[in-house]
Design a protein around this ligand. Sequence first.
Ligand SMILES: Nc1ncnc2c1ncn2[C@@H]1O[C@H](COP(=O)(O)OP(=O)(O)OP(=O)(O)O)[C@@H](O)[C@H]1O
Length: 327
Amino acid sequence: FEPVSVGIAIGAVSALTGYLSYSDLYCRFAECCREERPLNASALKLDLEEKLFGQHLATEVILKALTGFRNNKNPKKPLTLSLHGWAGTGKNFVSQIVAENLHPKGLKSNFVHLFVSTLHFPHEQKTKLYQDQLQKWIRGNVSACGSSVFIFDEMDKLHPGIIDAIKPFLDYYEQVDGISYRKAIFIFLSNAGGDLITKTTLDFWRAGRKREEIQLKDLEPVLSVGVFNNKHSGLWHSGLIDRNLIDYFIPFLPLEYRHVKMCVRAEMRARGAAVDEDTVTKVLVLQGQEGNKVINEVPVNEAAVPEATWEKDKKVPLNIHLSIKYY
Ligand SMILES: Nc1ncnc2c1ncn2[C@@H]1O[C@H](COP(=O)(O)OP(=O)(O)OP(=O)(O)O)[C@@H](O)[C@H]1O
């Protein structure tokens, strides 16, 4: 829309109706940031419960983190979520759900920004340039909309220098150069710790225990090794953990055969196709042939679970809990 004509049109309609404020009307035509709009927690809950399969821990923590953060009128820092798990377990998918619940246009919103390490920051020798560009981008966008959302995919492949560039925005400062970042949301996605999360899930399965019995406390030691003590986790060098700048570490469990079936059905429905079980099974067989590790009801092949790379002499930080802060 061209702003002047939209403005005139809105003015005219406002004058005629006398009911709606200028900003209400403006926001019907253009996307508005609406920082103060409360989060519809029941809508987010419903979305997560209906669309995200097999991730009871992620559902619980994300809901708690977002409702707590958005109900707090005066957060002391931006919300930072770090999502961990194997490929294809729903990390990007859930970020999309979160984004849509914060800004209705979701990933297409002007207030939601997705960075993929290998795509946006591919060359290590350009780190300085990326740092400058990224800082300018974050500064500019948060000054336009305080509740901007920044999603960093492939965090484990991000050069530590780039993480350093984001760090000042995540901290407890009231303002940085006149701008407050305290209402922004940063979501980091990575595969770090995924192998160990998978192994724990498999151990539960082998012991005949239900997946839903897995609690955050069962995964805390696992993430300590897989993320905090793993040189390749992307968070190792950054000081984000030591300075407690990550609010929630969220584990994504490997999907089982039944969950993958649910994903296939959901995708068929989304494409307007009738769901028939023969096709669902065929897709799964094809997936199996492609080498995806869906074996019977077990999500992984034991041989595919590598040993964690971890530093024996690095102490596990004692203050790390999966849900660190309560707003
Ligand atoms: N737990 C899940 N519930 C529902 N759908 C899922 C789930 N996991 C994956 N999917 C489906 O599979 C697609 C791919 O998953 P997604 O991109 O979210 O995986 P990811 O964990 O981000 O993987 P990667 O680490 O490779 O980026 C999603 O768009 C979604 O359609």
